[in-house]
Design a binder for this molecule. Structure first.
Ligand SMILES: [Ca+2]
Length: 423
């Protein structure tokens, strides 16, 4: 056992479905009946996990050392989007109603199949948090409500077994303890198709202990909160009088007013001054040219054109939509049908995602939710998910060390808040 508590490697395959521990595997992943559009040389990589259930039911525990980051600061700019608004919620930026192209840019070699086909989307205006939700903000929520995150709660095997193949044996009680998934870099070259080489189910890991027992968030008030599951993020948003963004809202905000550009800053390639990602040979060597090995304090890197920070990298961010790799293709079929039948414009208006999820990486999970923005683990050689069109899904009970969120607020929610707080 390491000083950070018991750990178990998470056996997974990338670019298809995740796999359980060899001892538990029976070839069940072949049960995924739908094709996997993510079969691609550039996989979803650093982050393509089977989720909490997959992590928990594996039994071969190992221990691995890890390192810590030393933050440095970068200058930030200000957006004037709020200048014409009579009032603004603290820390939020107004994103005006707009039409834009959602999805990857033609010819981008880093794009994955689930980012296309690009198509027109119209969205209403909304407020969005300027930064990822921080540890300090999440602590305020917990202090006010007594909320316990999924990673802090006892593990319910009856719930867990619904996400794994029928007949999967129950793991030992010793593993069925509160915990989460921690990034533990290997000390040797590994097969990049096997994310279990750098993700470990870690008992005692949660938002207060990002790397497990013995680690803490002391001095990290302004870092993004991590190890929050989708349901935790949604609970915070409801408490704050906000909600999670749809992925259309998230992507439009991330683009910062730029049209069909590969990155949130334009078409220039990534460099270490842009955002918190990975430099070096993933996952063993991080040269930390950007100053950080793990999370960075929010606002450490320049904002996009709307004044929003870390829409690329730092931590992945939960969105409200159910995930499907073919969500855009299915939407276009609907739009084409409506255009053919009633001449409707080929524009999706305030899309909220599919009504049923399908996630090839989590084929047994009844639900998978979208994440956006990539994380401190992104690098072009492996996972270029810092791009605004990049998408991923995970079961709603899954928290990870590189996964957080930010909230949005409708104009109506803001007006309601102002009415409630008027003297
Ligand atoms: Ca982010």
């Amino acid at each position: 056992m390491s000083k950070h508590g018991p750990r178990a490697r998470v056996p997974i395959t990338i670019g298809g479905c995740f796999a359980l521990a060899a001892a538990l595997s029976t070839g069940w992943w072949a049960a995924a009946t739908e094709p996997d559009p993510n079969q691609h040389a550039n996989t979803s990589a650093c982050c393509a996990l089977g989720g909490r259930a997959a992590a928990l039911i594996q039994t071969a525990a190992q221990s691995t050392p890890h390192s810590t980051a030393k933050p440095t600061a970068h200058p930030a700019a200000q957006s004037d989007n709020n200048a014409l608004r009579p009032s603004a919620p603290t820390g939020m930026i107004w994103i005006p109603a707009a039409e834009f192209f959602i999805g990857s840019v033609d010819g981008d070699p880093l794009a994955r199949p689930d980012e296309s086909p690009a198509h027109r989307v119209r969205i209403d205006g909304f407020w969005i948090d300027q930064t990822e939700v921080t540890n300090a903000q999440f602590a305020e929520f917990v202090a006010a409500t007594g909320y316990k995150t999924i990673a802090e709660r006892p593990v319910d095997w009856e719930e867990l077994r619904k996400q794994v193949p029928e007949g999967t044996p129950k793991p030992e009680e010793a593993l069925l303890q509160p915990g989460s998934l921690v990034f533990v870099p290997p000390d040797r070259p590994v097969d990049l198709k096997d994310a279990s080489q750098w993700w470990a189910w870690t008992i005692g890991a949660n938002w207060r202990h990002p790397e497990g027992p013995g680690s803490s968030i002391e001095g990290k008030d302004d870092h993004p909160v991590v190890h929050v599951a989708f349901v935790d993020a949604a609970a915070y948003a409801a408490w704050a009088g906000k909600r999670l963004p749809t992925e259309a809202e998230w992507e439009f905000a991330a683009r910062g007013g730029l049209d069909r550009k590969r990155n949130v800053w334009g078409d220039a390639p990534i460099d270490p001054t842009r955002c918190n990602t990975w430099q070096g040979r993933f996952p063993a060597v991080n040269t930390k040219q950007d100053g950080f090995a793990r999370t960075a304090p929010v606002k450490s890197f320049p904002p996009n054109g709307y004044g929003l920070h870390d829409m690329a990298g730092n931590v992945w961010e939960w969105c409200a939509d159910l995930y499907r790799p073919d969500a855009y293709a299915r939407r276009l079929i609907e739009l084409d049908t409506a255009a053919a039948e009633h001449g409707a414009p080929r524009v999706a208006v305030n899309p909220t995602g599919p009504t049923r999820s399908y996630d090839p990486r989590n084929p047994h999970s009844p639900e998978s939710r979208v994440q956006r923005g990539g994380s401190f683990l992104c690098c072009d050689s492996y996972c270029a998910s810092y791009r605004p069109s990049a998408r991923m899904g995970a079961p709603p009970d899954t928290g990870m060390q590189h996964l957080g969120f930010r909230c949005v607020m409708t104009a109506e929610q803001w007006e309601a808040h102002q009415r409630q707080t008027k003297p």
